[in-house]
Structure formats: C-alpha cells, structure tokens
Design a protein around this ligand. Structure first.
Ligand code: GGG
Length: 330
C-alpha cells in the first residue's frame, strides 16, 4: 500500500520548491499525493488561512510536506503542528562541500520545542498603548522534548555524533518559564543518564559564530529554536539549505526552514534544496532510509558540482537544479 502524503505548497516560493520536492519523491517511491491549501492566498480568497479540510487531511495523512506561509504563518503552521501532534521541530544545520559558508565546520541539530513559549498564541491588545503576550511553558511539554532528545542522542541510527546535548535557555532572566524548561529537561536527562551542558541563549549566539563545532545537538525553547536555527543557516550558506521536521508520536510534517521569500517568489529562482532535504527527512520518517540517503547524496553532489541557484552564487533556476538532483538519483 502506498503512503498518503498531503502536499501544501502555501505561499511565495513554497509554490516553487514544494513541486520540486514532490518530483524527487515521485522519482524514488510510490506515494499517493493529496494536494491541500493553506496560507495568505487562501485567506484572501476564502477568509480562512487554514481550511478545516486541510487540517483534517494533515491529521489523517501518513505525512505532510509543507512549503511556506507569509502573513498567515501563525494561523497556518501553528495549528498544523497541532494537527500532527508535533512536540519537536528538528532542524539540522550543516555545511556542504562546494557551498561558500562563513563557518564550513558547522554541523549541528536543533531540537526545538514546538508548541509553547511565545508561539502559543496568547496575545492581547489591552488598550491603545498596551499589548501583552503570555509565555506558556509546561513541565510536560518540556519533558516530552527532553525524552525525545535523550533518545535522539542515544539512538545509533540517528544522525548525531553526540553523547549528550546542550540546553539553550535564558533562565537567568526568564526565571519562571525558562527555569521550568531548563529544570524539566535537566531532570529527564539526569534520569536517562544523558550528559547536558547549559548555555545561555545570548552566549550561544556568540559561541556558535566563533566556533560552531562546540555544538552537536541543541535543545531549546520555541522562539530560540526558530531564531538560532536561522543564525546557523547564515553560517552554512543560507536558508536555502535548512530542512525541518515537525514530529509527533504518530504523524509528522516536513517543511523547509525558510519562509515565502516574496522578493524572488514567482520568478523560478528559489533554491529547492531545503524542501528536497525536508522530503528526505519525510522518507526517513516513513522508513525509507535508503531512499532518503539516495536523495541526500544527490542533493550534496549537485550542491558541490552545480548547477546552483543565485543564493549560492549560481545562475540556475529552481527547475534546472531540481532536474539535476533527480538526474543524480540512483
Ligand atoms: N516553511 C517555513 C515557514 O513557513 N516559515 C514561516 C514562519 O514564520 N515560521 C515560524 C515557525 O517556524 O515557527
């Protein structure tokens, strides 16, 4: 039986890089693709950024491939993460031979809390002068992330060379919320016999720029993971290279870390690598490890030899790069 993969292109370059990733999946497997809609354009047309049928399709699918959402990101991606029961956003950041990088020695994975923190949607406009945001942190969600992190670093099959992980937080200032996050993660790691190192979020930003080899697996709250993984993207050659997986107990959603890139959207110039590497994570999630490795190898060889998109100094378009990657699949 072929697995059902929901495909949501979303907005901007999502409409260019997701078809590229689908063509790679078509080349390596026999999947049933179900197209679904979400994002700015859908809201403009229907008044709703995330139609109920899209939410239901994602909740029922074997996996989902998502592109990007712009202004409606909070209305789309946050509920979709809920639809798949995702408690962790896995964001690997590594450099590639042939790609100019500020820090070519970078190779780490962010395990980002995916439902809470300042992204839990509790914002209020209390007066003409005052808006507030409630930061939500629970011990249970922090522990669930920590348990995943412990399994991740002890699983011989996972792409982690680490014995332990770093916990990035700002508990010296956000004592109650990041303090709770830190304490829950440390407690789980201690119980599991996994080593941890605590790194304050601001110090992490400096340290990763100076020497990214200090970090292998980084466990962090939601906003910190979103921002610091973009920082890491800057060290390895840009957002066009970072895939991600939103993983839940029985379901998952895969998306490039980049957004809609309105400056180049519609021009066929977007780098499809992040979306195609997200598809590789999807394949792995469904148990197609050989196919996932095949896709990664093809992406790596095209990044090394070209053709490359403009963000990586080349002059090729999305389709040319995608065709080259498909052509290198074994
Ligand atoms: N594909 C990534 C995307 O749509 N990014 C928009 C965004 O702002 N995402 C916030 C998040 O990942 O939490």
């Amino acid at each position: 039986m072929s697995e059902e993969i929901v495909v949501i292109e979303g907005d901007g370059i999502g409409q260019e890089v997701v078809p590229a990733a689908v063509s790679v999946l078509e080349a390596v497997g026999d999947f049933e693709f179900v197209a679904a809609e979400a994002g700015d354009a859908v809201r403009e047309a229907t008044g709703e950024a995330l139609p109920q049928e899209t939410y239901d399709a994602v909740a029922d699918a074997d996996a989902t491939l998502f592109g990007a959402a712009g202004e409606t990101a909070a209305d789309v991606i946050l509920p979709l993460r809920e639809a798949v029961g995702s408690f962790v956003n896995i964001r690997p950041a590594r450099s590639y031979p042939g790609v100019d990088a500020v820090r070519p020695e970078t190779d780490l994975v962010f395990l980002r809390e995916n439902t809470e923190g300042v992204y839990s949607g509790h914002e209020d406009r209390l007066s003409d002068d005052l808006s507030t945001l409630t930061r939500v942190v629970t011990t249970s969600a922090s522990e669930q992330l920590a348990e995943f992190a412990c399994e991740y670093v002890t699983d011989a099959d996972a792409d982690a060379d680490a014995d332990g992980f770093q916990i990035v937080h700002k508990a010296n200032v956000m004592r109650e919320t990041d303090g709770r996050f830190r304490d829950a993660v440390v407690d789980v790691a201690e119980a599991e016999g996994v080593e941890t190192e605590e790194v304050l979020m601001d110090a992490f930003a400096t340290r990763i720029c100076l020497d990214p080899t200090q970090f292998d697996v980084v466990v962090c709250p939601n906003l910190a993971g979103d921002v610091l993984s973009d920082l890491a993207a800057g060290l390895v050659g840009g957002l066009g290279l970072l895939p991600s997986a939103n993983v839940g107990p029985d379901n998952a959603l895969f998306e490039p870390v980049h957004g809609t890139a309105p400056d180049i959207a519609g021009e066929g110039l977007a780098n499809p690598a992040a979306a195609i590497l997200s598809a590789a994570m999807l394949l792995e999630h469904l148990g197609y490890d050989d196919e996932a490795a095949n896709v990664r190898t093809a992406v790596e060889s095209v990044l090394e030899d070209g053709p490359r998109t403009a963000d990586l100094g080349g002059d090729a378009g999305t389709d040319e790069v995608t065709d080259a990657i498909v052509g290198r699949l074994e």
